[in-house]
Structures are given as C-alpha cells and as structure tokens.
Ligand binder design. Structure first.
Ligand code: BV8
Length: 252
C-alpha cells in the first residue's frame, strides 16, 4: 500500500471541514458482496442490460425477482467490513463528512453511517410496479427467501418491484440534490467504483470543478484515475483504517 499517498490523504483530511466519500460495489467486496464488473462480478453472469432495467422486469418479472432474491440471500450473510466502519465513524466524528453510495446492500447503514445518501435505493425495500397511490410508496421487506416468486404490493395487491434505480430510470431528485450539495467539499474521495455509471460518477467531476481535492482509492485504474489529484492503489478495507489510524494518532 502506498504509504506516502496514505499520509498525504491524512494530511488533507486533518484540515478538511467538508469531506465526501462516493462509494461503489468495491467497498463491499471484502464483506463478500460480488462487484458488478469485476472478474467475479455479478454482471458477468447476469448482464446488467438483461436484468437491472424496467424492460427486463416487464418482460420477465420472475427472472428479475430470482436475481434479486439470490442477491438478498447473499447480502444477508455479509457484515460491514473495516471500510464501512471507518466511514461510519467519520460521519459520527465530523459534522461535514458525508458518504454517498451507489450500493444497494445497505451495509453502510448497518455500520451506522449518519445521513447516508443512497443514490440507487436499497435491495431491502420494495415499491409498487404499477405505481399505485398507496403510502408509504416504498416499504422494507427483509424476507428470506422472498415472500413469493413475484412479491405483491402491500397496498393494491399488484406486482411489487425492488425499490432500486434501474438503468434508464431517473434517480430520486432529492438524492441527486443532496449528492450535488455534498460535492461542494474540501476533499472528495471516490472509492470502490469503476466510475462508469452516471449520474453517480459525474459527482467526481462536479466536486473537482468546485475546487475539492479529489482522491481515488481503488484496486484498479478507472476512467477517473487520470483526473483526480491523488490515486491510492489499494483495498478500501485496508486504506481507510490506515488513514484513520494516522488521523487518530495526530489527534492525541
Ligand atoms: C439516469 C441499482 C436519467 C440496481 C444500478 C450520462 C448521464 C446520465 C445517464 C447516463 C449517462 N450515460 C449513460 C447513462 C445511462 C446509465 C449509465 O450510466 N449507463 C452506464 C452503464 C454507461 N445511467 C442510468 O440509467 C441512470 N439513470 O441516468 O437517469 C436517464 C433517464 C432515462 C434515460 C437516460 C438517462 C441510473 C443508473 C443506476 C443503475 N442502477 N444499481 C442494482 O444494483 O440492482 S448501477 C450499479 O452499478 C450499482 O448501483 C453499482 O454500484 C453501480 C456502479 O458500479 P460500481 O459500484 O462502480 O461497481 P463495479 O463493479 O462497476 O466496480 C467496482 C470497483 O471496485 C472496480 O473499479 C474495482 O476495481 C473496485 N474494487 C474491487 N474491490 C475493491 C475495489 N476498490 C477498493 N477496494 C476493494 N477491496
């Protein structure tokens, strides 16, 4: 692990009032949640275009539910890893430090992250496929296995769907607004993301344009690597604890 880069990041964070960390599937890899585009990635076996879209669900809801049911069972056995725990501690310790995640596994919430901004929803929440006016519009369902091969809406009895953002669907405007506001910060860290999914990946450029010191923490190079001020080639579950140790030592 690049110790100089770790020290450089810690130095930046020590004087930072506002810090935003954008996370992707790589942050949950150490917890056992497969990434999307990695060698063991979810997408390799299940192409995103064939499953994480409203068209796929309209065509074969049972197939899409099978995929989400399988992922829920897998995620249910996973615990937050040291990267999740350090990020949660940072949001507790520092008023202006935020986490924006693309992940739907909710491991940041389990770790206790405050004011988490979830751009793509949660695999543990359902909503009505037909968009009935039942309230709440989304509800938590943690049944394992799924309550039915194609779960029903608790309000109208019609088909339910995972309350996640699929390709071709817009993000919740409130989430986008909060993520954009969080892109006005002193340090912006992108970690565990291939930075290919938009508009999430766009917040990296937005933060840079607003003067943030930008950092990437990843095990591989991404389209973002050449754009940021500091790249740390390493595993999130190792880098974040190492940075935190320097911050805590400096504090005492
Ligand atoms: C939208 C939920 C408006 C479902 C997901 C430009 C602007 C706007 C839109 C677009 C645009 N260009 C293209 C689009 C369309 C599309 C898009 O971005 N397509 C891509 C593929 C080109 N975007 C959309 O459709 C978005 N909607 O823009 O609305 C609109 C409306 C109509 C028409 C057009 C536009 C919605 C996108 C949301 C899709 N939903 N997930 C579910 O999960 O089932 S995306 C999915 O990918 C996950 O959320 C995931 O988090 C996300 C991104 O993937 P990553 O998290 O980056 O994961 P990945 O496996 O790719 O990478 C892991 C990384 O970790 C790797 O780099 C690896 O090296 C690293 N790593 C591994 N281990 C570690 C590690 N790093 C550190 N430590 C480790 N241990």
């Amino acid at each position: 692990m690049a110790d100089d880069a770790i020290r450089a990041l810690a130095a930046r964070l020590r004087s930072a009032g506002r810090v935003t960390v954008l996370t992707g599937a790589g942050v949950s890899a150490a917890s056992g949640v497969p990434t999307f585009r990695g060698a063991d990635g979810l997408w390799r076996r299940f192409r995103a275009e064939t499953l994480a879209t409203p068209e796929a669900f309209a065509k074969d809801p049972q197939l899409v539910w099978e995929w989400y049911g399988w992922r829920r069972e897998l995620i249910a056995a996973c615990e937050p890893n040291p990267a999740h725990r350090v990020l949660a501690a940072w949001t507790a310790r520092h008023e202006g430090w935020r986490v924006v995640t693309q992940n739907v596994d909710d491991l940041h919430l389990v770790a206790g992250t405050r004011d988490l901004i979830r751009l793509h929803g949660s695999i543990w929440e359902f909503c009505c496929w037909d968009g009935c006016d039942g309230r709440p519009g989304r509800w938590t369902d943690t049944c394992l296995p799924l309550p039915a091969p194609t779960p029903r809406c608790i309000h109208c009895g019609g088909l339910a769907r995972p309350a996640v953002v699929w390709f071709g669907e817009s993000l919740d405007p409130g989430d986008t607004r909060r993520a954009s506001a969080a892109s006005s910060c002193d340090v912006f860290i992108a970690t565990g993301t291939s930075a290919v999914v938009y508009p999430a990946a766009g917040f990296i450029g937005e933060a840079r344009a607003r003067g943030a010191f930008s950092v990437e923490i990843n095990t591989e190079a991404t389209p973002t690597s050449s754009l940021v001020d500091l790249t740390i080639h390493g595993r999130a579950e190792e880098v974040f604890p190492a940075v935190d140790a320097l911050l805590l030592n400096a504090a005492c």
